[in-house]
Structure formats: C-alpha cells, structure tokens
Design a protein around this ligand. Structure first.
Ligand code: SF4
Ligand code: SF4
Length: 191
C-alpha cells in the first residue's frame, strides 16, 4: 500500500537481547532524561503568583473609562456593540437627570452595560469604534470562574474606579497618530 507521508517507519521484529529483556538500560535512560530536565531552565511559571510580562498593547479584559472629573465617558451610543463581531456587548441607555452631571459626561449614559467574556474574542474593534474614548482593552486577563453567568461583566466590573490614584492607565494603547487626531478642532468632543 502506498503511504501518504514519508514518515512511515519499518518496525523491527528482531529478537531482544538479554540486556534489552532486563529493561534496565531503558529504565536508566529514562531516569537520566528526567534528571537532566530537573536542572534545566523551567518552561513553566507558578501562575498566578508569578505573571509573565505582557505586551503594552496586549488585548485583555475591558475597562470603561471615566474623564478627568470622574464622570463616565460612555454615552451608550451602541457603536461598540454594532462593531462587535461576536455580539458580546449589550447595553441599556438612560437619560441623565438634573443633578447627575457629576456622574455622567454626556446627556445619555449606559444604565446597564454588559460584556460576555466567553463570547468576546478580544479583537479590539469595540475600542476602535468608540467615539468617546470610553472603552479600552487592558493587560488584565479574565479570571477563571466556575459558572458561565459570572463571565458576563457588568458596570460593577467594567467601569474604572473613581479614585484618581486607581485609574487604569491606557496611554500605551493610544498611538501618537490617535493622540494627534484628537487634537483636531472638530474632534475635541472625543477628549
Ligand atoms: S474585543 Fe471584539 S469581540 Fe470583544 S467585545 Fe470588543 S469588539 Fe466584541
Ligand atoms: S463604549 Fe463608546 S462606543 Fe460603546 S456605547 Fe459607550 S460611547 Fe458608544
């Protein structure tokens, strides 16, 4: 029969020698390999105590940003959900009421904003689509969970802390070209 690859190998059917029948050379050979690997540099790390450094633009779990005054930037326009190829984003908008100007930057905001982290493929298209610099992917990875429901992240997990010292730095995700674009007079609303 013709073989499909050139990786075929004829199996030897020769009689085993006395030493081979003892299996000791094979056992010692295996132990030598194990011993050698004991002293070699390990390929694994003790995660989560030890973490590998990620790229500056690694696309991990999302953050919903606040502006300099601590107001939520998202205006629930829905462009991120529209751009999302995995249909992972859902939201319910609400109108900002008088007296809530310190909470929400725009007149409309996301009362509910959810991302299904099991559906998300971390493509970053939501970040690109957002006209308000409201959503970014971060270097944080999504925690392991036992229940599927727990992978649906709401605003409690997505919106960054109001405390200025605990804000999520996304400056590395903003290229010089993006920052220059935002200084254009007709793009001031994005800042
Ligand atoms: S990163 Fe991609 S898949 Fe994930 S929510 Fe954003 S657009 Fe959807
Ligand atoms: S995150 Fe950005 S694109 Fe998505 S709804 Fe909010 S403002 Fe619109």
């Amino acid at each position: 029969m013709m073989s499909l690859t050139n990786r075929n190998k004829v199996v030897s059917k020769k009689q085993m020698s006395f030493l081979e029948k003892l299996y000791l050379p094979a056992v010692f050979g295996g132990m030598a390999i194990t011993l050698k690997h004991t002293f070699m540099k390990k390929a694994t790390i003790r995660y989560p105590e030890v973490k590998r450094p990620f790229s500056d633009i690694y696309r991990g779990r999302h953050v919903l940003k606040r502006d300099e005054e601590g107001r939520e930037r998202c205006t629930a326009c829905g462009l991120c959900a529209l751009a999302c190829p995995a249909e992972a984003i859902t939201m319910v908008s609400a109108e900002r009421l008088p007296g809530e100007e310190h909470l929400y930057r725009e007149e409309k905001y996301a009362r509910i904003y959810e991302i299904n982290m099991l559906r998300c493929i971390y493509c970053g298209l939501c970040e690109s689509a957002c006209p308000k610099e409201a959503i970014f992917l971060t270097q944080e990875i999504v925690d392991a969970e036992y229940h599927r429901d727990h992978f649906i992240y709401g605003k409690d997990k997505l919106v960054e802390p109001a405390d200025p010292d605990k804000r999520i730095d996304v400056s590395k995700r903003q290229t010089p070209e993006v920052l220059k674009f935002k200084t254009l007079p007709d793009q001031k609303h994005n800042i």
